[in-house]
Design a protein around this ligand. Structure first.
Ligand SMILES: NC(=O)c1ccc[n+]([C@@H]2O[C@H](COP(=O)([O-])OP(=O)(O)OC[C@H]3O[C@@H](n4cnc5c(N)ncnc54)[C@H](OP(=O)(O)O)[C@@H]3O)[C@@H](O)[C@H]2O)c1
Length: 277
């Protein structure tokens, strides 16, 4: 299948890298465009034979599947400008959560699906969160699923849980990296260990946890239990964490839901106009 991408920012670049690295697509089968064209040209220096076009319309003319990798506010003007350029059998893929599949369907006259990637897809791991549009055939679904499976573990997510699922899968790497940096800083400030050594030990530990989980040697709970010897040092540390946690993650998810509603309202203001037509 010929794959197209509109927007080669952080996520567009990540998807091209993952498609090529996983061999899901050869660079010559991928067409890209970016508002600032030089960004797409630079990406083609990394992946020789990648096709760079000047406009989104040209990408649509050369692709069966098109990833829309622009920011939420850039979707509506982009989709309006492309309204008459889609082919009914093409598949349009949005990678942004606040715009619902129904809203996308109101402006895209072909098959629609939402696929939320994660930065960890760059290492051909982690999930992609998939919400299919209403008219996709089983064959189209399975073709897309096969492509996503090359660089991720696709999981079907309904509209209701898209935010919390994205928080865990896509924002999770930032949340976890933040906590790990706090752990390193705490060690450096409270003891004589150097930042370099604390960072190395922590990085290797996290990488090891990833492998243990991937190989299903332990679950998260088992990992905690295995390391925690009754009356030992780990337990002392865990008690401090338990006390300091104080519902931090409950607050986090409430806040992300609140921000999500605001983003949805901004999208609604633009898309409802079209839905009501
Ligand atoms: N960051 C994450 O971990 C993550 C995870 C899952 C989903 N997402 C979603 O991914 C989407 C993209 O995020 P991002 O971090 O990749 O943003 P980004 O780095 O700003 O990339 C967006 C790109 O789209 C280009 N663009 C904007 N309008 C365009 C148009 N009309 N035609 C062609 N290109 C256009 C921009 O070009 P310029 O170079 O001219 O600005 C920019 O390079 C967002 O909707 C976000 O919700 C992000």
């Amino acid at each position: 299948m010929r794959i197209g991408l509109i927007g080669t920012g952080n996520m567009g670049t990540l998807i091209v890298d993952a498609l090529v690295k996983s061999k899901a697509a050869k660079p010559r089968c991928i067409s890209v465009t970016n508002r600032t064209k030089q960004k797409a040209v630079d990406l083609a220096k990394k992946h020789r034979k990648l096709k760079v076009y000047s406009t989104p319309k040209e990408v649509l003319q050369h692709a069966d599947i098109v990833f829309l990798c622009v920011k939420p506010a850039q979707f509506h003007p982009l989709l309006k400008s492309l309204r008459s350029d889609w082919h009914p059998n093409q598949i349009a893929i949005s990678i942004t959560s606040p715009i619902s599949v129904r809203q996308l369907e109101s402006l895209i006259p072909c098959q629609v699906v939402r696929v939320i990637p994660s930065i960890v897809n760059q290492s051909l791991s982690g999930s992609t969160l998939v919400t299919f549009g209403s008219s996709m055939t089983d064959l189209q679904k399975s073709k897309l699923w096969a492509i996503l499976s090359q660089f991720s573990h696709p999981i079907e997510i309904d509209e209701e849980n898209i935010r919390v699922a994205s928080d865990l899968s896509s924002c999770g790497p930032a949340f976890l990296s933040y906590l790990l940096q706090k752990m390193i800083d705490g060690a450096v400030m409270s003891t004589s260990i150097s930042k370099k050594q604390a960072t190395q030990l922590t990085t290797e530990m996290v990488s090891g946890i990833g492998k243990l989980l991937e190989e299903q040697i332990f679950t998260l709970k088992q990992l905690e239990e295995k390391v925690t010897v009754k009356g030992g040092i780990t337990g002392v540390g865990l008690s401090v964490l338990e006390e300091a946690n104080n519902g931090a993650f409950e607050k986090l998810f409430l806040e992300t839901q609140k921000k999500f509603k605001e983003d949805q309202q901004a999208a609604d203001a633009l898309f409802n106009e079209d839905l009501n037509k």
